[in-house]
Ligand binder design. Structure first.
Ligand code: SIN
Length: 329
């Protein structure tokens, strides 16, 4: 960071994405994400807020790693605790933005609300040198929203002109400029008040996503168990239903100590309760979290359950609180 004489400022953290992308040819619209530094992107916008910027990475967000998340989480926490920081904006690829939003909600959403600050993710669907680039407007909107003292502290995303609460953020279109929508969360959604610990780089629990589909085979689950996978998120059909060929292998995985969460491959809507056919009775449902978000949540719940504390909770206890399941174990 520079400009230490500025009394209070918005911290803008660059991580990459199409917002920092550059076209690679003139013909078919191809481009490479994560090319332009955040300091350059900031010269393309006007804002009334003093800004400090920081480049944490410059990647295509399809390459987002757990160490990237650990590093970002630590930096955001530092920024939230800094009395000079008014709010934080993170430029990010749109492809995994909802995973990062979920991570931030669970590791520092409580602190953001306690400090009365916003953490705002933004990105773009068109590269920075496109003649209709959406990045500058999105970045400008995100900074204005992060700086506004309107009582809406917490984790957010701004794409276009609409702020979306971080946990409700869903990318619902692969190419449309208006690619994001806001999941309708029920009013009794429980917000976790205590932030969970950030796993150090090499201590993230190994959690995989398995999709249920016609002709599903159990062999993959057996292989994952043999490899030492600790958790599986089922991207189930419909409201989190599971193929008869997968259910017994997942039951065995749970009996051997593995964690299983049922989500839906539809990617939006609620998965709750238990299945009428009795399959996977001991799995937890993912509530409003789609499989990618549920995977991050399960990793954080598994890690939290291994941390020493006077009253340690099980991963199920943590996960149930995170997704607002009606019954806590
Ligand atoms: C990425 O996620 O980094 C590339 C795609 C995008 O930002 O829209």
């Amino acid at each position: 960071m520079s400009n230490s004489s500025i009394p209070s400022f918005i911290l803008v953290i660059g991580t990459g994405g199409t917002i920092a992308g550059l076209t690679t040819d003139s013909g078919n619209g191809g481009y490479q994400a994560g090319q332009v530094p955040i300091s350059t992107l900031l010269t393309q916008i006007n804002t009334k807020f003093p800004i400090k910027n920081m480049q944490l990475s410059n990647i295509d967000s399809c390459d987002l790693s757990e160490p990237h998340l650990s590093k970002l989480g630590a930096q955001v926490r530092t920024g939230l605790a800094d009395t000079e920081v008014i709010g934080i904006v993170i430029t990010h690829g749109t492809d995994t933005m909802e995973e990062t939003a979920t991570f931030l909600e669970f590791i520092c959403g409580g602190s953001a609300r306690n400090f009365g600050k916003k953490v705002v993710l933004t990105g773009a669907m068109l590269p920075s040198d496109h003649r209709e680039a959406d990045g500058p407007q999105n970045l400008s909107n995100a900074i204005e929203f992060a700086g506004k003292r309107d009582g809406q502290s917490g984790i957010w995303a701004v794409m276009g002109s609409k702020p979306i609460p971080g946990l409700a953020l869903v990318k619902g279109h692969s190419s449309h400029i208006d690619a994001f929508f806001e999941e309708t969360l029920s009013p009794d959604w429980i917000q976790v008040s205590n932030d969970l610990p950030i796993p150090p780089d090499n201590q993230w629990p190994w959690v995989e996503i398995i999709t249920s589909h016609s002709g599903a085979r159990p062999d993959t689950i057996r292989s994952l168990e043999g490899l030492g996978v600790q958790g599986i998120v089922l991207a189930g059909t419909g409201a989190g239903t599971v193929h008869e060929n997968l259910a017994p292998a997942l039951e065995r995985f749970m009996e051997a100590g593995g964690a299983v969460v049922r989500a839906s491959r539809i990617g939006r809507g609620y998965v709750g309760g238990s299945l009428a056919n009795g399959r996977l009775a001991k799995a937890l449902s993912a509530g409003y979290l789609n499989p990618a978000k549920a995977r991050i949540a399960l990793q954080l719940a598994l890690f939290a359950s291994t941390q020493s504390s006077p009253n340690p909770l099980s991963w199920q206890d943590y996960f149930a609180r995170m997704v607002g399941l009606p019954e806590f174990r």
